[in-house]
Structures are given as structure tokens and as C-alpha cells.
Ligand binder design. Structure first.
Ligand code: PBG
Length: 330
């Protein structure tokens, strides 16, 4: 055949493929979610997230040291709150001696350069398992925003580098920025879950934190998965209100949204490969239906290719290990 273009030439060896690859992803790009629990000597595996654990603070130290060795320099903290500390107002969320606040201080002591981010939402603290304050059947916006701003300040005071509001209340980024600045915390950043969808893929996470909604669902505040223009609208507003980094969540089923956001904003875009995405790959791999390592690399690289500058993923350690392994080839 006479062909003046043979595109297979650029795919003919791994050297040439590596040279022209359009996408790269390193440990620097990851945020590692960490689940924390009260008590000592606890490293509890989450049943619906095999291979992922809740740590008590004493056992967290080894984990932080391991992350550093792998070049993973950013963590996002979530706490499992005992039932007796849950209420409708999220009082425990503001406790300067609470698990979240202690965890931030503890990590900063072990590894001062670790970038510490904290989840800001009421669900782990809420007796109703909702992200805001409940009145009747309603998740009340403005009163919730007040608590979320106070919670953010409390995390900043403990030493958090970024607060990460995941609640999807209207106006929370603006209120959080004002609260932080008003108290002199102008250096504390906001990573906003800007386009967070009401998703079944959060199921395993709610097992991990025992934070499933006690009634109804989260569709009056988290976004409708049929929409993408709405994602842009929410994201642009969060940037206007002061978000430093915006996030799309989940990631794998929302690659179009990541791309659309990336093409329309000038701040870094993060994406969260959520618990259900982790569980799906784990379950298929456990059955021998997928090659786990390949599925991890491919799914994360696809999220990066779609436009994510930063990725939060339960596979961060696996990815970092894989690329450190000289035998590993894409
Ligand atoms: C809390 C929060 C959730 C997740 C992150 N922060 C759960 C939810 O909104 O119900 C999900 C993370 C995951 O599934 O990995 N607001």
C-alpha cells in the first residue's frame, strides 16, 4: 500500500510511545484521603473498601511516613465520629480538641511540610447524616453555612493548609473565605468541591464513616447527574467567591465534566476518584476479572487526561508504588 501517513510508527516501541505520550501523572498530583477514628491501636479495614483502612492517631504516624517515602505530599482528612457526639448542629465539628483538629496538629508535628486538607461538611457529625442542619425535612442553607465557616476556622486554627467544603450549600465558599480572612487566616486555602454530584458511588465512603443519610437523599444540595452546564455555573461561582482549587466529583463517570470545567477556568482543577470507583476496581480484580494494577493506572491517567491537575484517590499509594517500580511499564 502507498500510504504517506502511517500512524503506527509512533506506537512501535515503548520508547517512542513514552516520548510522545500526551499525559503524565506523578505522585505530586495526588491527594490521599485518610479516614480517622478515635481510640488507640486501630487499623480497621473498611469492608466495602478492601485494602483501605481507618486509623487511630497513634497508628497514623507510620502511614504518614510511608506517604512521604512514596512522594505523596498531600492528605485529605475525614473523621468517624462516635454516635454520642453527633447532633443536629455539628457542635463536635467546632471542638478544638476534636479528632479532626487533633489529627491536623499531629500530622503537622510528624511532617510539617505535608499539605493537610480537611473535609468540611456536617455529615459525619450529624445525627441525621446530612451535610447541613436539618429542620423538619429540609437541609437549611444559611444556618448550615454559618457552622461550616466556623468549622473551617477551627481547622485553620489547628493548622490545616486547605479546607475542603464538600457540602454543596449555597454561598459557603464566600462565607468561609470571609471567616478565615476576618481571623487573619489569609494563607489558608479553599479547595471547593464545586461540582459534586448526588452519586451512588459514595456508598462505601458512607460505610467507612457511618455517615449515610438517616432520611431522604442528598439531591436537594448535591448536583443532578444529568447536568453539566450546572457544573460550570457552580464552579465559576465558587471561583468568584474565593475558591483556590475547584473539584469535580466523582471522576470516572464525569470525565466530560472535568474537561468542560478545565477548559473554562483559570484555577487548578481537582477530581475525586471516589469510594465506589475504588470498590468497583477492587471487586473486579478480586474476582480475577480485571488486572488491578492496569485498571488503577488506566483509570487515573484517564482522569488526568480529561483535565484534572490534581486527583484525590484511594489508589494514590498503589499508583505511586507502581511508578517507582522500574519493572512497571504502561
Ligand atoms: C461528605 C463527603 C462525602 C464524600 C466526600 N465528602 C460523602 C457524601 O457526600 O455523601 C464522598 C467520598 C467518597 O465516596 O469517596 N460530605
Amino acid at each position: 500500500m502507498e500510504l504517506n501517513k502511517r500512524y503506527r510508527r509512533l506506537r512501535s516501541s515503548s520508547v517512542v510511545r513514552n516520548m510522545v505520550a500526551e499525559t503524565s501523572l506523578t505522585a505530586d498530583n495526588f491527594i490521599v484521603p485518610l479516614f480517622l477514628v478515635e481510640g488507640t491501636n486501630k487499623r480497621e479495614e473498611i469492608p466495602s473498601m478492601p485494602g483501605y483502612f481507618r486509623f487511630s492517631l497513634d497508628l497514623l504516624k507510620a502511614e504518614i511516613i510511608e506517604l512521604k517515602k512514596l512522594g505523596l505530599r498531600s492528605v485529605l482528612l475525614f473523621v468517624k465520629v462516635p454516635d454520642n457526639l453527633k447532633d443536629n448542629e455539628g457542635k463536635e465539628a467546632l471542638n478544638s480538641q476534636g479528632l479532626m483538629q487533633r489529627a491536623v496538629r499531629f500530622i503537622k508535628e510528624i511532617d510539617p511540610e505535608m499539605l493537610v486538607m480537611t473535609d468540611v461538611a456536617l455529615d459525619p457529625y450529624s445525627s441525621y447524616g446530612h451535610d447541613g442542619i436539618v429542620s423538619g425535612q429540609e437541609i437549611v442553607n444559611d444556618a448550615s453555612v454559618e457552622v461550616l465557616a466556623a468549622m473551617s476556622l477551627s481547622h485553620a486554627q489547628a493548622g490545616a493548609d486547605f479546607v475542603a467544603p464538600s457540602d454543596m450549600m449555597d454561598g459557603r465558599v464566600k462565607a468561609i473565605r470571609a471567616k478565615l480572612d476576618g481571623a487573619g487566616f489569609t494563607k489558608t486555602g479553599i479547595l471547593s468541591y464545586s461540582a459534586k454530584y448526588a452519586s451512588c458511588f459514595y456508598g462505601p465512603f458512607r460505610d467507612a464513616l457511618d455517615s449515610a443519610p438517616g432520611f431522604g437523599d442528598k439531591k436537594t444540595y448535591q448536583m443532578d447527574f444529568r447536568n453539566s452546564t450546572e457544573a460550570l455555573k457552580e464552579t465559576l461561582l465558587d471561583i468568584e467567591e474565593g475558591a483556590d482549587i475547584v473539584m469535580v466529583k466523582p471522576a470516572g463517570a464525569y470525565l466530560d465534566v472535568i474537561r468542560r470545567v478545565k477548559d473554562n477556568v483559570q484555577v487548578p482543577v481537582a477530581a475525586y476518584q471516589v469510594s465506589g470507583e475504588y470498590a468497583m476496581i477492587k471487586a473486579a480484580a478480586a474476582n480475577g476479572w480485571l488486572d488491578e494494577k492496569q485498571a488503577i493506572i488506566e483509570s487515573l491517567t484517564a482522569i488526568r487526561r480529561a483535565g484534572a491537575d490534581v486527583i484525590a484517590s484511594y489508589f494514590a499509594k498503589d499508583y505511586a508504588k507502581a511508578i517507582q517500580d522500574s519493572k512497571f511499564k504502561i
